[in-house]
Design a protein around this ligand. Structure first.
Ligand SMILES: [Ca+2]
Length: 247
């Protein structure tokens, strides 16, 4: 009986993840400028950095309309992250030191850290306590102390050329430009848990929005809203309803 219940549970879990269909494009619009590199979402507006103009744009998250723009703090804008009160921004280019900027809610620089040992910093995410920065050329993910700028922990990237990073409350999402995939990993071990094809061929910045993901493509110059894994599967209503069925 126990074996029967477990196999049924496995079937239900498989059916649940199939329904979620992560990676499906829910909507998309043109980026405000060529070569969008980074994205952050503060719960209301979308913030997109663009290489061509070296600006950060605040966008209406529904229409993509530009509401405001702010100068990026360096010549090499990459990914962004929102930490609940301000932003983090990565500056990275070949033969340039990777620099992590802390910006206030109006995008004014408040602090900066040069991250030694990174070949080309790109992705940026906030996990509630620390900042994650990906090394595009070194194929690693680094967890950085937000007060000292020191690297606390490093993991191998789940794919080549990690560009965008986002954190969904439990797992890291990594856009890999080298194979055009978006991968969810365990931030403790770096183990990949699921992945799907990026919506186009040059994925850059990533940001989480509820259970979904904002994803940029610098070749297409587009902003995509992708289906994520919904509210955290283990604690969310889907898992609750499965458990209820076996009480
Ligand atoms: Ca990000």
């Amino acid at each position: 009986m126990r074996r029967f219940l477990l196999s049924q549970l496995g079937f239900l879990l498989a059916a649940t993840s199939a329904l979620a269909d992560p990676g499906q494009v829910l909507s998309s619009f043109l980026a405000p400028a060529a070569l969008p590199e980074g994205v952050a979402f503060d719960g209301t507006s979308l913030y997109v950095s663009a290489w061509r103009t070296r600006l950060i744009y605040r966008l209406d998250a529904q229409s993509g309309a530009v509401l405001e723009s702010f100068p990026f703090p360096s010549l090499y804008p990459r990914d962004l992250a929102w930490d609940g009160a301000g932003f983090w921004a990565v500056s990275g280019a070949p033969r340039e030191p990777t620099t992590l900027y802390h910006l206030d809610a109006r995008l004014r620089p408040r602090a900066s850290f040069v991250l030694a040992g990174l070949a080309l910093g790109f992705g940026c995410a906030w996990d509630g306590q620390s900042v994650w920065v990906s090394d595009w050329a070194g194929n690693r993910l680094h967890r950085v102390n937000p007060l000292s700028g020191r690297i606390e922990r490093s993991l191998p990237s789940p794919g080549p050329n990690p560009s965008g990073l986002a954190y969904d409350g439990r797992r890291l999402w990594v856009a890999c430009m080298g194979d055009d995939r978006i991968v969810q990993v365990d931030p403790m071990t770096g183990a990949p848990e699921r992945s799907f094809a990026a919506p186009a061929q040059n994925p850059t910045g990533l940001a989480c929005a509820g259970g979904n993901l904002w994803s940029l493509d610098s070749l297409e110059g587009r902003v995509y809203l992708l289906k994520g894994t919904g509210p955290t599967n283990v604690e969310g209503t889907t898992w609750g309803s499965i458990k209820a069925a076996f009480r």
